[in-house]
Design a protein around this ligand. Structure first.
Ligand code: NAP
Length: 297
């Protein structure tokens, strides 16, 4: 068997069309959607990722500001930046990019992102709302996995999905998104031993760990669909996923590539979420103004 490549490009293309409609609707209201990405690292792979978000935003007509505070930024500076951006009417989406400088409390900082502008679902309020089925932005990467599976018409209801990785940005929100779609989900982590015991039963395997080649053909059953979330930069600069593609392709029915899979869709979703936040916020703002004077009540 040779697995089908489930590329992210057609999925991102559909999301970009939705974004375009939103940008047009916002323009009619005199609103330019704005995204702010707060960065405090000199990690080259992270900076490359941030630049790719900024490029995708600009192409879509979303104004993207990268607030680079430098690798030695302090917690107070980061907190006050997030508070300012949360209050800024021209900013509709905020991303606090990880990694953060050592010693900085990232969990505390993400709570400073206004829930209405939390386009990457980082604030624990967003994950809580997602868990109880209330309206919230899901972390873009977790949603990207579901968007890819739905685009390629991989059924989820009644299927067994094994998610490897339980982080707050991928594994945990993905569990919620899959449960909402009536999948049966096993979430694995570093203490799940042996890993293949939990992955080889599943019809769908999602790898979100950050270890090249962790999932091989021996971990998946024949005909499984495998989604590779991992992004690992090797010493020679190559970008690879968590799934060893050669052995997995021989067993699986389908596999997402790295690069060109989940990451492509994640970026498109961040931009789409920003336009959705802008639509909601501009609608709320308009509702607080009197029709006659435009004054804020
Ligand atoms: P993370 O916070 O470091 O979490 C990694 C998870 O993997 C943890 O739950 C950890 O278990 C688990 N794990 C570690 N070793 C394991 C093992 N040997 N067997 C099974 N599970 C193991 O990472 P993350 O932020 O979720 O990111 C995961 C990967 O996705 C990274 O490669 C990252 O670069 C990539 N990523 C990609 C995108 C994208 O857009 N494509 C976006 C975000 C992240 P414990 O909880 O027990 O420690």
């Amino acid at each position: 068997m040779t697995a089908r490549r489930l590329t992210g490009a057609p999925v991102a293309q559909r999301l970009r069309a939705e974004t375009e409609d939103n940008v047009t609707a916002l323009r009619h209201r005199g609103v330019v959607p704005g995204l702010a990405v707060v960065v405090a690292t000199d990690n080259e792979a992270t900076l490359w990722y941030v630049r790719s978000i900024a490029r995708a935003a600009d192409r879509a007509g979303v104004h993207c500001t990268v607030v680079d505070l430098g690798a030695d930024a302090g917690e107070d500076e980061l907190a006050s930046t997030l508070a300012l951006l949360s209050a800024d009417e021209d900013v509709h989406g905020i991303i606090l990019q990880t990694p953060l400088p050592p010693g900085v409390d990232g969990d505390g900082l993400v709570s400073r992102i206004s829930a209405a502008k939390d386009v990457d679902g980082a604030n624990p309020l967003s994950l809580g709302r997602l868990t109880v089925g209330q309206d919230a932005f899901a972390p873009a990467t977790a949603r990207a996995v579901v968007e890819i599976l739905e685009h390629y018409e991989v059924p989820l209801a009644g299927r067994h999905v094994s998610v490897v990785g339980r982080s707050a940005v991928v594994g945990k929100p993905l569990l919620q998104l899959l449960l909402q779609r009536d999948a049966t989900v096993t979430v694995c982590h570093s203490r799940s031993r042996p890993l293949e015991r939990y992955t080889s039963e599943a019809e769908i395997v999602v790898a979100a760990v950050g270890r090249p080649g962790l999932v091989t053909g021996e971990h998946v059953r024949s005909g499984a669909v495998v989604v590779d979330v991992g992004t690992n930069v090797l010493d020679d600069g190559d970008l690879v996923g968590d799934v060893e593609p050669v052995s997995t392709t021989e067993v699986a029915a389908a596999l997402t590539p790295v690069p060109g899979g989940v990451g492509t869709v994640t970026t498109a979703l961040l931009v789409l979420h920003t336009t959705q936040a802008a639509l909601r916020l501009s609608h709320e703002l308009a509702a607080t103004r009197t029709p006659a004077t435009g004054a804020v009540l």
